[in-house]
Write a protein that binds this ligand. Structure first.
Ligand code: COA
Length: 180
């Protein structure tokens, strides 16, 4: 099991009313990369059951927005996850990914996918540390496989995949931790 944050933080499913506060922190949390246009409100209207916010005394500490794929019945997808810069490195990101993993397993989903930009080295390292593999792409940036022109021209992405064990007791974090 990962760290238990229940003494200090509240974790709950998102509601649509969380949307303004989530997009208001994204520019800051992503170090000036304003990606808020990629998280329209529709995600919080339709994927509340698989999306979470963590709070401390009503302040937003972290969030994860994910969904169960409608087209790929074994897969869940994490669209965005962010942790307040002052609360990084203590296991909150891994904790929220675990929450999503549990939800996936309960719904018969044994694969989680996610993606990030090659410039986001922290995200690449984080995903590898918590057991994601980088999928083969059609190019390479700084030794990492990338898929070019992913959402539009000149938009490379690093694609991730993690296979979950169907028994949640099989291992820490429901999957193999990758050696780095
Ligand atoms: C990426 C992010 C979500 C990680 O959250 P976090 O709470 O700091 O991560 P955790 O503390 O749970 O770390 C889990 C593991 O990843 C590793 N890790 C986390 N950030 C890392 C970094 N910047 N570099 C190297 N390893 C890192 C941790 O060391 C830990 O490994 P360990 O268990 O062996 O100690 C956070 O840095 C963030 O919000 N970044 C900005 C938004 C973003 O890029 N989101 C991801 C793409 S949507």
């Amino acid at each position: 099991m990962g760290t238990d944050f229940s003494n200090n933080f509240t974790t709950r499913n998102c509601t649509p009313s969380d949307h303004p506060r989530i997009i208001s922190v994204m520019n800051d949390w992503w170090a000036g990369r304003d990606l808020s246009h990629m998280l329209p409100r529709v995600f919080l209207e339709h994927f509340c059951d698989t999306s979470f916010v963590m709070e401390k005394e009503n302040s937003l500490i972290a969030f994860l927005v994910g969904f169960l794929s409608q087209s790929r019945i074994k897969e869940g997808y994490i669209h965005f996850a962010g942790v307040h810069p002052q609360f990084r490195g203590i296991g909150i990101g891994a904790f929220l990914y675990d929450r999503f993993s549990e939800n996936c397993l309960k719904n018969g989903r044994s694969i989680i996918k996610s993606c990030t930009s090659p410039v986001n080295k922290a995200s690449i390292d984080f995903h590898k540390r918590i057991g994601f593999q980088v999928l083969n792409g059609n190019s390479e940036t700084d030794g990492v496989q990338v898929t070019l022109d992913y959402n539009r021209p000149n938009d490379p992405k690093v694609l991730f995949k993690k296979e979950l064990y169907l028994s949640p007791n099989c291992s820490k974090r429901h999957g193999q931790k990758q050696a780095t």
